[in-house]
Design a protein around this ligand. Structure first.
Ligand code: AHR
Length: 666
């Protein structure tokens, strides 16, 4: 029993005290008939490096193109040539190196009033007053000298924020480091490096990180962004996407092996969202893989979430080239999957387990879920999927494999015919888990809260692996994360919860979005270089996750409220929390009117004297959160007295409400 709760013992006389009058709704929850178990994985998060989600976002590196590996190797950098100075800069290549093969050479004749280079970060660098920033650089002096490197953080109008000097460079590459404390806050600062003295100085891996990162890991993740995830208590972390897994061509597919080990040696490739949308070209978007597979596993562990990697299955994005690895050349792709499982789960003395241990994690990560391809479809996918399944199940029968169904079960090439084909295959193959995606208008979600009620139950579990209500159209630049979209998703999620025997996992997509660096909207969490806020959609996800419960309870809504044109727009689902002995009722009133409901806890022998109620609401469906008003739409908690197993509650117009009530049936 929860502290501070009083139990009301119920006798039959008390049942049915509150009666529904005409126009009211009655919600009956069968407390004594707990059904399917809700998996701890029911509500998770989807991470992809889109919208500056990783580089420029979660990965806290502030320097863009730190190792001069972008194809335009000087991109992100500019030369500082002030009066009286003479010199030039260019990028050189180590002939012997495959990864991180380039470095910057600075030849300085005269320093004058200042000669050097400047980096503007990812749409600026977020610098906070009083905070420390760790600067690192690999450098060598190849001619002349002695030379000094003056490291400066500067705000708008070259307002100085912090400064330090590095010297004693030698002819050998060495790493130099310094910590700078910022004098004031700046959202769009720059890093300026001034060279003093004449000679030739080579630089590589020029890096600037906040010292305060998530769990204070050096070279780690932005703490405020991870905190938003931690507060959701997600059941799983899906990574690294998304279409990024596939690449536009197989050459630039995501290959996890190139994302581990020393960050300086991880092989940079283009980000597939770089020039995907003409309306949001982002030609400076590359993947440094500073946030790579090891860090994703670590993050999953930090969040208490099951890691869910998705791997390339020998198919490039079917919306782009659709390039296929020939069947007789699939071996390396399959081997990558097998090696990944060993990297995650193998003992510290196994081949790939050793690499994990060397990176600092001798204990296995406990991988249980693995996605074969992202949004794939067609017979080409099925024949590749089968090869992966056979190889993985032979070696690792406990790993559950996730099969794809394209980007939308009903509207992608061949429509329903395609999904019918895929499902016919999955039934025959007894697929463990099938991933379905929905990017639709809000009304679709409101109309389809019962989508899974009559789905065939044949053994395969369903993972709703990407969804999000699109206020205008799929990935339209005009889409908004408004209350309409969030409320529609909440309605749909009541359907996922009611069908938790079938739908065992789900996640919204995409997750993060830099306000100046996005390609796709809507997104769950918005940030700039200093701030972050959760959209109404974020709070919907968070509330479902924090109120997950353990078992589905049957719910019936008598005469659900409708819109003026007769559409039912009132939704409910319920679960039982076996630890707190609470019935958790989730109700979405998507009508513009208040709805008075009689809530019946059927089969309850005892109920608490008060319910904890959380409401997420706004009277205006166009309302949004923003940096200025980050909690315009945010959960509001209260306690409501309960006098019997039946009680009355008025649901606000356009609201999502969670009622937690101590309730025991025996
Ligand atoms: O979430 C954005 C993109 O939408 C994902 O990368 C892809 O899987 C889907 O089409």
């Amino acid at each position: 029993m929860k502290t501070g709760w009083t139990i009301l013992a119920l006798c039959s006389v008390m049942l049915g005290l509150a009666t529904a009058s005409p126009g009211q709704t009655r919600i009956s929850v069968q407390v004594d008939q707990p059904g399917a178990a809700i998996r701890p994985t029911m509500w998770g998060v989807f991470f992809e490096d889109i919208n500056f989600g990783a580089d420029g976002g979660l990965y806290a590196e502030l320097v863009k193109n730190r190792s001069f590996e972008f194809p335009d190797s000087i991109m992100g950098w500019s030369r500082i040539l002030q009066s009286g100075s003479e010199g030039y800069i260019y990028v050189e290549k180590y002939p012997e190196k495959q990864t991180n093969a380039h470095f910057l050479r600075m030849k300085v004749g005269k320093t004058g009033r200042g000669f050097g280079i400047s980096n503007g970060g990812f749409r600026g660098m977020g610098i906070r007053e009083g905070k420390d920033y760790r600067f690192r650089v690999r450098a060598r002096l190849t001619a002349g000298g002695p030379m000094t490197l003056r490291v400066e953080l500067a705000g708008r109008g070259r307002r100085p924020l912090a400064e330090t000097k590095l010297d004693r460079f030698t002819s050998q590459w060495q790493e130099y480091t310094a910590v700078l404390r910022a004098k004031s806050t700046e959202e769009k600062a720059r890093l300026n490096l001034f060279v003093e003295g004449s000679g030739t100085l080579d630089l590589d891996m020029v890096s600037l990180f906040p010292v305060d990162t998530w769990k204070d890991r050096e070279g780690g993740l932005r703490a405020d962004l991870v905190q938003m995830l931690a507060e959701m208590k997600p059941g799983f972390l899906r990574f690294p996407g998304g279409c990024i897994v596939e690449g536009r061509t197989l050459d630039v597919r995501y290959q996890w092996k190139t994302t581990i080990g020393d960050p300086a040696d991880r092989k940079l490739i283009v980000n597939r969202w770089n020039t995907e949308f003409n309306h949001r070209l982002t030609p400076d978007y590359y993947q440094s893989f500073g946030l790579g597979f090891y860090e994703y596993f670590l993050l999953s562990e930090d969040l208490g979430a099951e890691p869910m990697p998705i791997i390339n299955c020998g198919m490039a994005c079917q919306f782009n080239t659709g390039e296929l690895a020939p069947m007789d050349e699939l071996g390396p792709y399959v081997q990558d999957a097998l090696d990944l499982i060993e990297f995650a789960n193998g003992p510290a003395d196994s081949g790939w387990g050793r690499k994990r241990a060397e990176m600092g994690h001798p204990e296995p990560f406990g991988l249980k879920l693995l996605g074969i391809g992202n949004e794939q479809w067609g017979p080409q996918y099925i024949e590749r999927y089968k090869v992966f399944v056979k190889a993985i199940q032979d070696k690792y029968p406990d790993i559950q494999l996730i099969a794809g169904t394209g980007s939308d079960a009903t509207i992608f090439p061949n429509g329903q015919q395609e999904i019918d084909y895929l499902w016919s295959q999955y039934r025959r193959l007894k697929a463990d888990i099938v991933d379905e995606h929905f990017y639709r208008r809000p009304d679709w979600f409101l109309d389809n809260a019962h989508f899974y009620d009559n789905y065939e139950r044949d053994g395969s579990e369903i993972f709703v692996g990407e969804y999000g209500a699109q206020s205008i159209g799929v990935a339209s630049p005009d889409n908004r994360n408004n209350w309409h979209t969030a409320l529609a998703e909440a309605a749909f999620m009541t359907g996922l919860e009611r069908n938790a025997d079938l739908v065992t996992m789900s996640c919204y997509a995409p997750l993060f979005c830099h306000v100046d660096g996005w390609q796709w909207r809507p997104d769950l969490i918005w940030f700039d270089n200093l701030r972050v806020f959760g959209t109404p959609n974020y709070y919907v996800q968070k509330l479902f996750s924090l109120n997950r419960g353990d078992r589905v309870l049957p719910v019936a809504v008598a005469e659900p409220a409708t819109t003026p044109d007769g559409k039912p727009r009132f939704y409910a689902s319920s679960v039982y929390d076996e630890t707190s002995n609470e019935m958790i009722l989730k109700v979405v009133n998507a009508t513009g009117e208040p709805v008075r409901a009689i809530i019946q806890t059927r089969g309850a022998k005892t109920v608490g004297l008060q319910a904890n109620v959380t409401v997420l609401a706004s009277d205006d469906l166009n309302d949004e959160n923003s940096f200025e008003a980050p909690r315009k739409i945010a959960p509001v908690e209260s306690r409501v007295p309960v006098r019997s197993a039946e009680f009355r509650y008025d649901f606000r117009p356009y609201s999502m409400t969670i009622v937690r009530l101590m309730c025991q049936s025996q």
